[in-house]
Design a protein around this ligand. Structure first.
Ligand code: AMO
Length: 446
C-alpha cells in the first residue's frame, strides 16, 4: 500500500500540489513528445500527461496495467476542459510512473469510451469487462438499490435475517428446481427464501432478507437467470390492504432512495428519471381490460399477464398516472404457489400481487395461508407430501398470525433503472442454461 496515496476525485482540491495516484491505465494517447493516459481508480478517471522522457514511458503503458504515478495537479487550459468528466477541468503532469503489474495484451479494445461487445464475449471475459467505466456503474446502482431496500425495510421495523439456500423441500413448486446430492441424500437449492422467512414471523413479526435464489429455468429469455438475488420482506399481523400499502412503500422507498444515491450515474449515463406518480392498483381482470382498451389485443380471461401485457400496462400507467410502477393483484389461485391465500369472496382468485416496473414484473407476493389445516391441505392438494414440509408446518401449528410479504428481483430492478436490454447485464456473474462462468458448451458433459 502507498501511504501517501491521493484518490483521483480528491485531486480537485489539490491544484498546484504533488500527488501520488494509484490505479489502472484506461486509455493511452501518444503524440510523440507528449503522451496522455486516463488513469482509473475507485473514485473516477484522471488524465495524466507525460512530457519529454516520460512521454516514452506513457506510450509504453498498456490498457489495464496497474500503476503508481507521482505528478503535479494542474488546471487544464479552457479549450481542453472535458465537461463530461468529473475531473475534466484538471489533469496531472507526471514526474514518475511505476508499473506495479503489467497487463497482458487485451483480447479486445478496453480503452474505448464504449465497450461494444456481443453479450457472450462480454461474459466470457467478465473479470475483465467489469472493469470498464461503462459497466462498473451498473453495480454501483445495484448497490444503491440494496442499500435503500435495507433502509426502507428497517424503517418498517423488519429484522434482517440470513437463511439457507440448501433446503429439504422445494419452495415454489414447479419443475424449475435444482436437485443436489447432499451427502448421498436428495436436497434442493432454494427457489426463494420463502419458507424460512415465513417461519420467522412468529419470532420477529417483521423480517427482511437479501438472498440468492435458484431457478432451473428451462428457456433462454432476456428476463430470466438461473441464479438471482431476491429482496424479500415478510410481515405478521397484517391484512391484504395493509400488505398492498407495505408493498408500495417498499417499492417507492427503494427506487427513490436508489435513484438519489445514483444521481451522478443518472446524469453521466443520461438515464430517464423514474416517474413516481400515484401507483395504480388494478386486478388482473382490470389489467386485461386496460390492455384491450389501449391496444385492441384481447387477453381477457387469460390466466396471467404475458411480457407484452406488462409492457402495455406500463405504457398505460405512465400515460395516465405518470407512474413507472403498477400493482396488479388477484391472480388465479392455481397459478400461484401453494402458500397463497385464496380470496374468501371468490376462492378461484387469490390475495396475490405483482409489481410491474417499466414493462417487467419486478416483484411478487401474497397474503399467506396462515391456518395449519388449510396449509396442510393446500400442500396435499398440489400433489406434494406434507411430510417434506414438517419444519415449515410446525411454525403454523403453534400459532401463526395473519401474514404476508413479497420479493423483489434485484437484477430486474437494476436492469430497468439503467435501461438495459437483458437481465444478464445486471448480474455480475450471470448464470443461465448456457453458462456457469464459462460457456457450458466449452466443457465436457458428464
Ligand atoms: P417470484 O417467483 O415471483 O416470487 O420471484 C420474486 C421476484 O424475483 C425475480 N425473479 C427472477 N429474476 C430473474 N430471473 C429469474 N429466474 C427470476 N425469478 C424470479 C422477479 C420476481 O418478481 N416467494 C415468492 C415471493 C413472495 O411471495 O414473497 C417468489 O419467489 O423480479
Amino acid at each position: 500500500m502507498t501511504d501517501n496515496r491521493t484518490l483521483i476525485l480528491d485531486c480537485l482540491e489539490k491544484v498546484g500540489t504533488e500527488v501520488t495516484l494509484c490505479g489502472f491505465v484506461q486509455t493511452v494517447r501518444s503524440h510523440g513528445k507528449v503522451a496522455f493516459f486516463d488513469l482509473r481508480d475507485r473514485t473516477g478517471l484522471m488524465q495524466i500527461g507525460g512530457f519529454g522522457e516520460l512521454a516514452g514511458e506513457v506510450s509504453r503503458l498498456g490498457s489495464q496495467d496497474a500503476v503508481k504515478v507521482v505528478g503535479i495537479v494542474k488546471k487544464r487550459e479552457e479549450r481542453y476542459v472535458n465537461v463530461q468528466m468529473s475531473t475534466g477541468a484538471i489533469e496531472v503532469e507526471a514526474t514518475y510512473i511505476e508499473v506495479i503489474s503489467k497487463a497482458a495484451e487485451m483480447p479486445f479494445d478496453m480503452g474505448g469510451k464504449e465497450l461494444n461487445l456481443e453479450l457472450p464475449t462480454l461474459f466470457d471475459h467478465r473479470s475483465l469487462t467489469l472493469r470498464h467505466p461503462t459497466i462498473s456503474p451498473i453495480f454501483k446502482v445495484q448497490e444503491a438499490v440494496v442499500a435503500s431496500f435495507r433502509n426502507t425495510a428497517e424503517k418498517l421495523g423488519c429484522t434482517e435475517i440470513f437463511v439457507p439456500t440448501i433446503a429439504a423441500s422445494s419452495t415454489e413448486g414447479g419443475a424449475e428446481v435444482f436437485n443436489i446430492n447432499y451427502y448421498g441424500h436428495n436436497a434442493f437449492l432454494t427457489q426463494s427464501p420463502q419458507l424460512y422467512k415465513q417461519m420467522l414471523v412468529p419470532v420477529f413479526e417483521r423480517v427482511y432478507t437479501i438472498a440468492h435464489a435458484y431457478r432451473a429455468e428451462p428457456s433462454v429469455t432476456t428476463r430470466h437467470l438461473a441464479e438471482n438475488t431476491q429482496l424479500d420482506c415478510e410481515f405478521g399481523f397484517v391484512d391484504f390492504t395493509q400488505l398492498l400499502d407495505l408493498l408500495e412503500e417498499v417499492a417507492v422507498g427503494m427506487l427513490k432512495g436508489a435513484q438519489e444515491k445514483s444521481e451522478e450515474i443518472f446524469k453521466q449515463k443520461n438515464l430517464e428519471p423514474i416517474h413516481f406518480g400515484k401507483t395504480p392498483r388494478v386486478t388482473l381482470s382490470e389489467a386485461q381490460e386496460i390492455v384491450f382498451t389501449e391496444t385492441g389485443r384481447d387477453v381477457r380471461g387469460e390466466k396471467d399477464l404475458s411480457p407484452q401485457d406488462e409492457v402495455d400496462l406500463s405504457n398505460w400507467a405512465l400515460k395516465n398516472h405518470d407512474s413507472d410502477l403498477v400493482i396488479v393483484h388477484h391472480f388465479p389461485t392455481f397459478k400461484r404457489a401453494f402458500y397463497t391465500m385464496p380470496d374468501a369472496q371468490n376462492p378461484e382468485y387469490s390475495l396475490s400481487y405483482d409489481v410491474i416496473f417499466r414493462g417487467i414484473e419486478i416483484s411478487s407476493g401474497s397474503q399467506r395461508i396462515h391456518k395449519y389445516e388449510d396449509l396442510y391441505n393446500a400442500i396435499k392438494s398440489r400433489g406434494m407430501d406434507p411430510d417434506n414440509f414438517s419444519m415449515y408446518l410446525m411454525a403454523f401449528k403453534y400459532g401463526m398470525p395473519e401474514e404476508g410479504g413479497f420479493s423483489f428481483g434485484l437484477e430486474r430492478i437494476t436492469m430497468k433503472m439503467l435501461g438495459l436490454q437483458n437481465v444478464r447485464e445486471a448480474s455480475l456473474y450471470p448464470r443461465d442454461m448456457e453458462r456457469v462462468d464459462e460457456r457450458l458448451s466449452a466443457r465436457p458433459t458428464k
